[in-house]
Ligand binder design. Sequence first.
Ligand code: ARG
Length: 410
Amino acid sequence: MAKRVVLAYSGGLDTSVAVRWMIENYGVEVITVACNLGQEGDWEGLQAKAFAAGAVEAVVVDCREEFARDFLAPALKANALYEGRYPLVSALSRPVIVRHLVAAARYHGAEAVAHGCTGKGNDQVRFEVATRALAPDLEILAPVRNWGMTREMSIEYAEAHHIPVLATKEKLYSIDDNLWGRAIECGEMEDPWARPPEGVWSMTTVRASEAREVTVGFEHGVPVSIDDERMPLHELVVELNDVVGAYGWGRLDMVENRRVGIKSRETYEAPGALALIEAHKDLESITLERDTMHEKQRLEGRFADLVYDGMWYSPLKEALDAFVDSTQRFVTGEVRLRLEPGRCYVVGRRSPHSLYDYGLATYDAADTFNHADSEGFVKLWGLGIQTWAATQSAASPSSPSTTATPAPGE
Ligand code: ARG
């Protein structure tokens, strides 16, 4: 058994109890690592809490810039949405946390890392697979999965050991938030028919009623400005969360398939992430050549599955990143988003590398398209079908000519 353990620390009930529980049950020294990923947090209070629970060292890392640059930007370039909807809020945060856990383990000479996940979720998968990818030699401890304590027993344990926790025995929701959005689970929402109570939303409470537009500028697939004001990505996301969230847009309510085989009712709010993905996809519509765009769309689902399933650090994910990056060379330009109460949608896009050709598209006098070229093209396009229709289709019982419904009055 390891002598020193680095624990991913949130300051919540489970990870606070885990500090003391590992000291008592495994005889280890515990170093906590808390990552600021843009969530609400009292970072000094959190350090004090870790020490009060018995940690020998309590590290807090501001990961916001790194999280945006190395995790959110690649996900946005890939328009990553799990099951076509969920922008991977929690899934994207685990690999950055693991990067810092492993770094702290090396620095402090620890032989193990630990997390506070239960056995039913995706996050244990992400923590452990990412750790094995970055540091195959480290042991991984999952005290919460093993201790067999109910929530009430954990609270009693904390009280008995003078660990300051804010938790009440009736915990309503499980919340995980960062720059990319907020996940809210449990409580009455465990009934998938029950409407989420209004009180679960915080980023998307309606605060604006006057319609407005925002222009998002992109360079090589990455957002760089809002209304011509340049800002680093982690600040831009915060700004857009605020601007778009104020219109009450960016909520998701879905039953999702966890990696461990459980269907789970999830609610999310991710106004900035969802608006950026809409805008980015739209900019790609004028800057990506047709086949490239279609192939990219096919791979985007695979990318999202890999991230969801804890495979951030994997050779396939790395190869997909290379493909996506190569597609983003000309994804530079601007997208206009219109905001109205409950709505956010694209109303314009432009790019210095746009493939949209007015002369080819227009039906007016400026038309440069050679109409005569189409005749031969369409004839050859349909030649195979014509041959099939003449020789085989007519003989088939399901032939359109024999199954067509007569028009009324015929
Ligand atoms: N279902 C989401 C996911 O797997 C969110 C998980 C949120 N985690 C939490 N501890 N509440 O990515």
